[in-house]
Design a binder for this molecule. Structure first.
Ligand SMILES: *[C@@H]1O[C@H](CO)[C@@H](O)[C@H](O)[C@H]1NC(C)=O
Ligand SMILES: *[C@@H]1O[C@H](CO)[C@@H](O)[C@H](O)[C@H]1NC(C)=O
Ligand SMILES: *[C@@H]1O[C@H](CO)[C@@H](O)[C@H](O)[C@H]1NC(C)=O
Ligand SMILES: *[C@@H]1O[C@H](CO)[C@@H](O)[C@H](O)[C@H]1NC(C)=O
Length: 289
């Protein structure tokens, strides 16, 4: 096996989730890299619009040739992005930068908002302290987990933003409340493993999945969950909910299919709707009646 093949295998393992086109990609594993690829990276011949530059100890973004739409730069040591890094690929659709050393101050200019076709932006496991901005209106899927984010910019105008992953950061409720107002397409929001002491206000009514587990939330405002039209999956485990902070009908929401309230301090079992399929309550302080 030569080094190129090893790198490819790592790329496949690293992106094992079904949302990547790894099946097509696997078929081409022994194929040659197409000629105008960056020399250190791999652009599979049968999938030439993808460029794989994972695990190469890169310190900066390599040359990205025109025609690339899917760019993988995972597991490197990239600590800055120059203003012109993507000048030849303004139609980039996926940009995957997980496991690097990026800080906000070293990401120059409006590099993301210039990418008018960008749908997927993943900067998980880096050194960000704020969300990156501005972002292009085309964005659908934003992942910024496992950083040190304390502050969110506004996601105003991101009409197609559907999936947001922000788990394992240092977010408090105020910055979250301000950020998501007005988003019309947001369906999936993961804010677990942050530092929220209250439920954020202003979350979009379109949410179907809301994960808030592993925060420090101690109460639910009256009717809080009524604003969501179709909320199906709600996780609030590992918070500080006690009976006094949970109004009687808080979780009686007809669209809910899954509710996780485990690892709180509840003594009574909150009322739920009959449509609920999965209800998790372990490790509370339930009193048998
Ligand atoms: C963009 O393409 C031009 C012309 O081929 C080249 O000189 C330049 O280095 C490229 N920029 C990047 C960042 O790859
Ligand atoms: C970036 O994050 C890594 C891993 O968490 C850490 O070792 C390093 O000190 C951080 N660098 C800076 C400049 O914060
Ligand atoms: C949002 O998505 C729709 C459907 O895919 C698309 O037609 C539209 O151009 C997108 N809007 C933006 C601003 O990218
Ligand atoms: C739950 O809400 C429904 C309306 O959605 C209502 O008819 C029902 O009485 C409520 N259940 C309880 C126990 O309050």
């Amino acid at each position: 096996m030569n080094l190129g093949v090893v790198t490819l295998l790592l790329a496949i393992v690293g992106g094992a989730s079904g949302q990547y086109y790894d099946y097509d990609f696997a078929l081409s594993i022994y194929g040659l890299s197409s000629p105008n690829c960056a020399p250190e990276c791999n652009c599979p011949e049968s999938y030439p619009s993808a460029m794989y530059c994972d695990e190469l100890k890169l310190k900066s973004v390599p040359m990205v040739p025109p025609g690339i739409k899917y760019l993988y730069l995972r597991n490197n040591q990239i600590d800055h992005i120059d203003e012109k890094a993507f000048e030849n690929v303004t139609d980039l659709q996926w940009l995957i930068l997980d496991h690097n050393l990026l800080e906000n101050s070293k990401i120059k200019g409006r590099i993301f908002s210039k990418l008018k076709q960008l749908k997927k932006l993943h900067i998980n496991y880096n050194n960000l302290t704020e969300s990156v901005s501005p972002l292009p209106k085309s964005l659908v899927d934003l992942q910024l987990t496992n950083n040190k984010i304390q502050k969110l910019g506004s996601f105003d105008g991101l009409v197609n933003l559907t999936f947001v992953h922000l788990q394992h950061n240092q977010l408090k409720e105020d910055t979250v409340s301000a950020a998501f107002k007005g988003l019309k397409s947001l369906e999936y929001l993961d804010l677990s493993y942050n530092q929220m002491a209250k439920l954020p206000s202003g979350l979009p009514a379109s949410l179907l999945t809301l994960y808030l587990d592993n925060n420090k939330i101690s109460n639910i405002p009256d009717e809080y969950f009524k604003r969501f039209n179709g909320l199906q999956y709600l996780r609030l485990s590992h918070n500080e909910l006690a009976d006094s902070g949970v109004p009687g009908n808080s979780f009686n929401v007809s669209s809910l299919l899954e509710l996780d309230l485990s690892y709180n301090k509840l003594k009574n079992i909150p009322t739920v709707n009959e449509n609920l399929e999965n209800y998790y309550l372990e490790v509370n302080e339930l009193e048998s009646k």
